[in-house]
Design a protein around this ligand. Sequence first.
Ligand code: C5P
Length: 224
Amino acid sequence: MHAVGIVAAAGSGLRLGADRPKALVGLGGRALVRWAVDTLHEGGVADVVVAVPANDLAAFAAVLPADARLVVGGATRTASVRAALAAVTLPARPAPDAVLVHDAARPLTPPDVVARVLTALADGAPAVVPVLPVVDTTVVVDGDGVVVDAVPRGRLRRVQTPQGFSRAVLADAYDRLPADAELTDDAAVVRAAGVPVTTVPGDERAAKVTVAHDLALAELQVAR
Ligand code: C5P
């Protein structure tokens, strides 16, 4: 099975409060985006396309391996993945069988997670996501913040990346998605097209770096 990786790295990272795009922020001396690309490589995905902000192509090229292919991302994550997806098939080369979409914002994802996603795809799943259980009591609030319902957490899962797809299935789902649609992950895109999404175990180390506290925790992990 030939799988190509996509890394969504075109976000601004305003919530992190950094002076550069989040994916360029350093962690243990390596940019977050580089961690994400290295994880895909170590997990068995050699060919990677990275969606980056239009104004920062040179800065991203400087921190990535020479064989990573860079494309200009869009205004939303959905638009960025759409742009990268258009670049996964190279002219005069057979189209890859599978695509793994990963967030630059999950730098410490162990390569084992990538391998689990690849195995599920090789076993025939059209779409697969790594998940973890929800351990906190989870409630619904009204507009005033008053609890109106408690959600039984036994069947709830937190969804991580990389998410894996048959390339044809993902391309078809993006083709059907309205141009201005904005979904928070790619599993939602294929589900909108009626594709079943299966799960494999995720990993707490694949936590998302969103705010400064997340980066501080990640720094502690790489310092050990
Ligand atoms: O903003 P958030 O942390 O949810 O973004 C998840 C991932 O999507 C990040 O790695 C970010 O760089 C990427 N992204 C993107 N293009 C955007 C917005 C976010 O590639 N326009």
